[in-house]
Design a protein around this ligand. Structure first.
Ligand SMILES: Nc1ncnc2c1ncn2[C@@H]1O[C@H](COP(=O)(O)OP(=O)(O)O)[C@@H](O)[C@H]1O
Ligand SMILES: [Mg+2]
Length: 339
C-alpha cells in the first residue's frame, strides 16, 4: 500500500492503522463527497485514507487540471554538484497542531539532488517521522518558519494530494488497512489519478493489470497481493512490500521511506531492500529519503549521504562511512562532542 498510499495518502501515516479503515464506498465516493482540504484537516471520517485517496480525489475533483511539471531532464550523467536539486528544505520549524503545540522541528536544513539517496538517522524522538510527515503535509503539524521546495514547487503551499501529484511519495512506518478495497483497484485508481493530472489517458483494467504484473515480477511479489484488500490481514513484512509495490507503480520523484525496515526479520529486510534497489534502478533520477533507526539497513540500501538528526535539527552529515561509525560507536560522540 506504500506505493498507492504514498501517492494517495500523505496524512494516512499519522493515524493509527486501527483508525485508518475506510470503506470501499467512502474511498470511491470521496471525491464528490468531501473536499481534500477537509481530508487534510482530518475532519473526514477515516481521515487516514487522505494520502491514499488524495490522489484519486485530486485529479477527479479539480476543475483545473495541473500541467505536467515533469520537465524532461537530460539523461547524461552529471557530477553530483551539478545535478538539479529535488528537495530543498531551509530553516524549517514545525510544531504539533494539538493543544500542546510542541515545537518538534527547530531549524532543519536538507538538500537532496536528483538520483541521490539520503539517510536520516538519530535516536527515537529526534523528529525524523515529523520531518517526513511535514514534507507530505500531515495536518498534525504546522510549519511556523522556513521553506520546503520540491523542484520549483513550494511544497508548504500545497495540500497533501497536490504534493503527491508533484511526485512526492511517503511510505509509512505502519501502513494502514483500507477495508473493502482491493489492492488492484486501489493502485489503479491512484495511478490513473496521476495520469489524469498529467493529461495522459487512463489505463483500463486490462492495461493496468499488464503494467502492474510487470512490477510484481520485478519486485518478486506474489500476484495474490492484487486481489487482497489493501493491507487487510497482511503481515508486517507484506505491508512493507506492498508499500514498495505502490512506490514502483507511482514512480515518484522523491520517495520518503519512514522506518521501512522496522519490525522486519532479516529475510523480509533483504527483500524490502532489494525492492528499494529495484525501484531505484528503474529511474536513476529518482531520489530517496530513507529514515532509519538502524545503521545496518544501510548495508542493504546504500545511501549517498547520511544525516544524524537530534532535537529537531540535523547535527551532522557525511557519507556512508558516517553510518558505519555510528554502528560501531553509537550516537554519543555526535550528540555530545565535548565529552
Ligand atoms: N502530533 C504530535 N503531537 C505532539 N507531540 C508529537 C507529535 N508527533 C510527534 N511528537 C513528539 O515529537 C518528538 C519527535 O517525534 P518523531 O518525529 O516521531 O521522532 P522520531 O521519528 O525521530 O522517533 C517526540 O517527542 C514525539 O513524542
Ligand atoms: Mg519515527
Amino acid at each position: 500500500m506504500a506505493m498507492v498510499m504514498a501517492t494517495v495518502s500523505p496524512a494516512v501515516g499519522s493515524v493509527p492503522p486501527r483508525a485508518c479503515r475506510a470503506s470501499r464506498a467512502s474511498v470511491l465516493r470521496a471525491p464528490a463527497a468531501v473536499s481534500s482540504r477537509h481530508a487534510q484537516k482530518g475532519t473526514v471520517p477515516g481521515s487516514c485514507f487522505a494520502t491514499a485517496t488524495a490522489i484519486l480525489l485530486a485529479a477527479s475533483a479539480r476543475s483545473e487540471v495541473r500541467r505536467a511539471r515533469y520537465a524532461s531532464r537530460s539523461s547524461h550523467v552529471r557530477r553530483a554538484a551539478d545535478r538539479p536539486v529535488v528537495l530543498e528544505v531551509q530553516d524549517v520549524e514545525a510544531q504539533s497542531t494539538d493543544e500542546d503545540h510542541k515545537q518538534i522541528l527547530k531549524g532543519l536544513n536538507l538538500t537532496i539532488r536528483e538520483g541521490e539517496v539520503h539517510a536520516v538517522m538519530g535516536p527515537n524522538g529526534s523528529g525524523k517521522s515529523t520531518l517526513a510527515k511535514v514534507l507530505i503535509g500531515d495536518s498534525a503539524y504546522e510549519v511556523t518558519a522556513g521553506t520546503a521546495k520540491l523542484g520549483e514547487t513550494d511544497l508548504l503551499d500545497k495540500e497533501p494530494h497536490e504534493r503527491a501529484l508533484e511526485g512526492l511519495f511517503l511510505a509509512f512506518q505502519s501502513p494502514p488497512t483500507v477495508g473493502g478495497v482491493s489492492n488492484l483497484d486501489f493502485l489503479r485508481a491512484a495511478y490513473n489519478a496521476q495520469r489524469r493530472a498529467r493529461e495522459e489517458p487512463e489505463l483500463d483494467v486490462i492495461e493496468f493489470y499488464g503494467f502492474v504484473t510487470e512490477k510484481l515480477t520485478e519486485l518478486k511479489i506474489n500476484p495474490d497481493f492484487l486481489n487482497r484488500n489493501v493491507n487487510e490481514g497482511f503481515s508486517g513484512g507484506e505491508r512493507k512490500r506492498n508499500e514498495m509495490l505502490q512506490m514502483a507503480v507511482l514512480q515518484p520523484k522523491l520517495a520518503i521511506l519512514d522506518e521501512i525496515d522496522s519490525g522486519l526479520d532479516i529475510d523480509a529486510l533483504k527483500d524490502v531492500a532489494e525492492a528499494i534497489r529495484n525501484v531505484r534502478e528503474q529511474d536513476p533520477k529518482r531520489s530517496m529519503l530513507v529514515v532509519t533507526h538502524f545503521e545496518r539497513f544501510l548495508r542493504y540500501v546504500e545511501a549517498d549521504h547520511v544525516h544524524v538528526m537530534y532535537q529537531g535539527r540535523i547535527l551532522k552529515s557525511g557519507g556512508k562511512e558516517l553510518a558505519d561509525k555510528l554502528d560501531e560507536e553509537g550516537y554519543d560522540w555526535v550528540l555530545n562532542p565535548a565529552k
